[in-house]
Design a protein around this ligand. Structure first.
Ligand SMILES: [Zn+2]
Length: 379
């Protein structure tokens, strides 16, 4: 591994503007760079599925020199904003931006490491399995690249994703998330003159939520009702309420169960507030719409890749922790497509802020760790 070259590549990458939806230039750069590194390259049509200026995700394929299934290395091409005209400043132990933009180490540190690993394998003639590379579009804004990728291009179903901050941390779990929207329809009536002719959507919401298991459900599952909107005036029985919340779980089945429970609470409430008005049965109604933002990541601590990773870190004198993440990234989306991808930290801090920086020691260490995992991968 050549750390000054790795650094050079990183500095080159952060100077390329690539905010989400504007990834054309970095797409071109990475296609060319992979080709120069002796990879077969390819792109898909993910960019057509939503509004971005790049054609698609970038795929690279490096032939193996030992017989094995391929290993996958994955990072994303886009950055958050303000991410244009980044002027990186190299300090003794770190790289920062000039404070007017982000640095873009998330995730260009990952891209640089993958490129360096490919180059080192060949340059030092290290025996290695076939390596497949996936650089995704638009991770930072909906993970659109990963959601629309053409996975038929890949033979691998496991590997490493490089999109985490701390170099001594690998994320092996991350929750699946459902956003939940609810519309409740009661019946308006004059609250002063004839409240008995109304059905309060607000009371229905209150009743449903009072029966709902929320907050910490179990070790793997949480739920939250967060937003409530509705009501027109104090003299009107509230006829419409909108609610929004979410549920998260490291376990897809538990998430489905919690979501169903939340829906059942509204069903029960609507039944309870059904009543006869002027001799006619009036039943309030509700619409419950869950939307799965992304599925869970759940890689066993005993998975050979995780063990290999921890062993490789040990060689670098790093005590690597296997952790759970509270958020989501491409690893979640890919896990929904059947991939196993522990998420390795690249050495950056304060991502998504103008105070973002990259710690050189961790950055170089992660490159060595990834190189070690790749060269020793055999399946
Ligand atoms: Zn990222």
């Amino acid at each position: 591994m050549n750390s000054s070259r790795l650094l050079r590549t990183f500095l080159e990458l952060v100077k390329i503007n690539s905010e989400s939806f504007h990834e054309k230039e970095i797409h071109r750069f990475l296609m060319q760079r992979l080709q120069k590194l002796g990879c077969r390259v390819s792109t898909d049509h993910a960019g057509r599925s939503y509004s971005t200026d790049a054609p698609g995700n970038v795929f690279g394929f490096l032939n193996g020199t030992v017989k094995s299934k391929p290993i996958l290395l994955c990072s994303h091409m886009d950055t958050v904003s303000p991410g244009n005209n980044v002027k990186p400043i190299v300090k003794k132990d770190r790289i920062t931006s000039d404070g007017t933009t982000i640095l873009g180490a998330d995730d260009k540190a990952g891209l640089a490491i993958i490129l360096e690993v490919l180059q080192t394998l060949q340059e030092e003639k290290i025996p290695h399995p076939p390596v497949e590379v996936l650089f995704t579009l638009t991770e930072e804004n909906g993970m659109n690249g990963a959601k629309n990728a053409d996975y038929k291009k890949l033979k691998s179903r496991e590997g490493l994703i490089l999109d985490n901050e701390e170099g001594n941390e690998v994320l092996i779990q991350g929750p699946a998330v459902n956003t939940i929207e609810v519309w409740i329809k009661g019946l308006a009536a004059h609250a002063g003159a004839c409240p008995e002719k109304g059905i309060s959507a607000l009371e229905i919401a209150a009743y449903a939520i009072s029966r709902m298991k929320l907050g910490r459900i179990d070790k793997e599952t949480v739920a939250n009702m967060a937003i409530i909107q509705g009501g027109k005036a104090t003299n009107i029985v509230t006829d419409e309420i909108y609610l929004k919340g979410e549920a998260r779980s490291l376990n897809n089945a538990k998430l489905a169960k919690q979501t169903a429970h939340m829906k059942a609470c509204f069903e029960e409430a609507v039944k309870r507030y059904t009543k006869k008005i002027d001799g006619k049965v009036r039943k309030p109604s509700f619409k419950f719409v869950p939307f799965q933002r992304y599925p869970a990541v759940n890689v066993s601590k005993q998975h050979p890749l995780v063990r290999q990773l921890l062993a490789a870190a040990k060689k670098e004198k790093i005590t690597m922790r296997a952790c759970a993440s509270g958020g989501g990234c491409d690893a979640n989306v890919l896990s929904g497509f059947g991939f196993t991808l522990p998420n390795v930290g690249v050495g950056c801090r304060n991502c998504h802020t103008q105070q973002e920086y990259l710690l050189l020691k961790e950055f170089f260490n992660t490159c060595n760790v990834v190189l070690d995992v790749v060269r020793n991968y055999k399946k």
